[in-house]
Write a protein that binds this ligand. Structure first.
Ligand SMILES: Nc1ncnc2c1ncn2[C@@H]1O[C@H](COP(=O)(O)OP(=O)(O)O)[C@@H](O)[C@H]1O
Ligand SMILES: [Mg+2]
Length: 255
């Protein structure tokens, strides 16, 4: 019997490394045998596909608009059509699939469309062990329920005092959305050797990802960051993070 996938949403202010961490996490989970992984790009500024080296044909946002404006093929009801298009929007790759939410603004009420999307997501979910959501700081999709409540929220932040304020703000939003404290963990990214991460109280960050020249190089050369050497500092740190996440998922299953 397929078990419910373990959902991880990555949040944090722009440029903190959500996309980098998401893509490295997808790769690490694949390498640890947890296939298939579903990667969800929930950032309106979608670029997770680039980090993973795949092409997105269409986003759910564009599909949603179309499903309500265009002619639906004969013999298909709207529900079937949206499901069919959802499958089309899904990019299948080795060890993972990717779907991009796209932009969500627009006029009118999209409640019905959103319901259909949540349903498609629900039906899809059965195939996956892990779902990685590269999210935006506002956590709009979580708030709207399109992608459900994550099993784990990773707040990606720089390890400085500036980052702390954002961590506190995201924590507050997440708590308001009903996420229990133990499901919210901090990831410090771009940690430079010799600097002490800022004190975030009694809680330990779940991962500290070093500032890695290989990540910078991938960015400069426009190659997928998920393809940096597995033994690069960021690769190793995310691999350890993936192991911890697998342990958390296992603990949930044993409950
Ligand atoms: N650990 C790291 N080491 C070096 N550069 C990094 C690291 N993490 C992220 N970066 C760089 O920081 C920038 C922002 O990262 P990105 O993952 O796109 O952030 P976000 O998705 O949060 O906006 C990119 O140029 C990326 O290459
Ligand atoms: Mg990003």
């Amino acid at each position: 019997m397929p078990h419910k996938p373990f959902t991880i949403a990555l949040s944090g202010k722009g440029g903190t490394g959500k996309t980098t961490t998401s893509s490295l996490l997808v790769r690490a989970l694949i390498s640890l045998g947890e296939t298939p992984v579903l990667a969800v790009d929930a950032d309106p500024n979608a670029n997770l596909h680039e980090a993973l080296g795949v092409t997105v044909r269409e986003t759910l946002g564009s599909m949603r608009e179309e499903a309500f404006t265009r002619h639906i093929p004969p013999g298909m009801n709207r529900h079937k059509y949206v499901q069919y298009r959802f499958r089309q929007a899904l990019v299948e790759s080795e060890g993972f699939d990717l779907v991009a939410m796209g932009r969500t603004e627009g006029s009118g009420c999209y409640c019905f469309a959103n319901d259909l999307l949540s349903e498609c997501m629900g039906e899809l979910e059965r195939d996956y062990h892990f779902i990685i959501i590269d999210s935006e700081a506002g956590m709009e999709h979580i708030a709207r329920g399109t992608i459900g409540t994550p099993d784990l929220l990773l707040i990606v932040s720089d390890p400085g005092a500036r980052g702390l304020r954002t961590i506190a703000r995201i924590r507050e939003i997440a708590t308001q959305l009903g996420l229990p404290k133990e499901k919210i963990r901090v990831v410090f990214n771009q940690y430079k050797t010799g600097t002490a991460p800022v004190d975030i109280g009694s809680e330990e960050p779940i991962a500290i990802i070093p500032d890695d020249p290989a990540v910078e190089q991938a960015d400069l050369q426009a190659t997928p960051v998920s393809q940096i050497p597995a033994d690069s500092p960021a690769g190793i740190a995310v691999q350890r993070l993936a192991e911890k996440i697998i342990a958390l998922a296992k603990a949930r299953q044993d409950q």
